[in-house]
Design a protein around this ligand. Structure first.
Ligand SMILES: [Zn+2]
Length: 299
């Protein structure tokens, strides 16, 4: 198992953005502390190349990011105050997902990014705290390089993967699956190849039964060369933005089932973390740590 770790730039974020960033440093500390992983599994990705960015994002959008010239409206849609450090971090995260995919395909079976899952980023714009679409960049780069001919995105973050869905809408080489809260953000949900929207308050049983029903068949049908798993833990009942009601145990079982289904079919998995906004930081860390523990025990 390998884990991509992207440094967090210590510049002043407004208070409301500081708390959500804590998990990116606390999670690796927790995994090391409890002995799930050792230091050697971590690696530091380089920034993704401009060429790779431009296989997914438009030249105009990339130019605006590079020259820090997004309009106020465009920056507000992303939700962070735009800083060069954020662009730099976004590039490292995208490369992390690409590296994870390559490592997973080349002997490791699974590799995980301590970040990523920025699925609200479109070809020509960002929104919902997403600047680059890491999974789209990775998939497009692997397709271009001829390292894969088919990918599947298993997006189980509670929010619909609108950016990813739109980017791959006309591309049969990438199958997009999104499990999400039907009434949750984003309002406009461009169709994925398969969308499963759950009503508010959906709990473990309904959610997991749907996953058991859908995922194995889909993997058999699509026969991907790589699985991109977006493992957002904002499906929890304790999540402030989620509107679903999974338990920690249910969320852990979700992750275990994804890994087991991939393992049974010898499919490599690249994991991007996605969202998690429970009140207690400890709950967020525990839920994300469960994804890593499941990857480690199953794959
Ligand atoms: Zn989310």
């Amino acid at each position: 198992m390998k884990i991509a770790y992207s440094p967090i730039y210590r510049y002043e974020l407004p208070a409301k953005h500081r708390f959500p960033m804590e998990k990116y440093t606390l999670l690796p500390e927790q995994l090391l502390y409890e002995g799930t992983v050792s230091e050697e599994v971590f690696f530091a990705p380089e920034p993704v190349s401009e060429t790779a960015i431009l296989r997914t994002h438009t030249a105009e959008y990339w130019h605006k990011l590079k020259t820090n010239s997004l309009s106020v409206k465009e920056a507000r849609a992303i939700g962070f105050p735009m800083r060069p450090e954020l662009i730099a971090r976004g590039r490292v995260i995208a490369q992390g997902t690409l590296d994870c995919a390559r490592l997973a395909m080349n002997g490791f079976g699974v590799a995980l990014n301590i970040a990523g899952g920025t699925h609200h980023s479109f070809a020509d714009r960002g929104e919902g705290f997403c600047v680059f679409n890491d999974i789209a960049i990775a998939a497009n780069e692997l397709l271009h390089a001829g390292e894969i001919s088919k990918a599947i995105v298993v997006d189980l973050d509670v929010h619909h993967g609108n950016g990813t869905a739109e980017i791959f809408a006309d591309d049969p080489r990438v199958f997009t699956l999104s499990f999400h809260g039907a009434k949750n953000y984003p309002n406009r949900k461009p169709p994925s190849d398969l969308d499963v929207g759950f009503p508010d308050g959906t709990g473990d049983n309904i959610y997991l039964n749907k996953l058991y029903e859908v995922l194995p068949n889909l993997l058999d049908q699509v026969q991907p060369d790589i699985v991109f798993f977006l493992s957002g833990v904002d499906v929890l009942a304790s999540d402030k933005l989620g509107r679903l009601a999974l338990s920690l145990q249910g969320c852990k079982e979700r992750d275990r089932f994804v890994f087991q289904s991939c393992k049974d079919r010898d499919l490599p998995v690249s994991v991007s973390m996605g969202g998690g906004y429970s009140d207690r930081l400890a709950t967020i860390i525990e839920a994300h740590a469960n994804t890593f523990r499941a990857a480690f025990s199953v794959m």
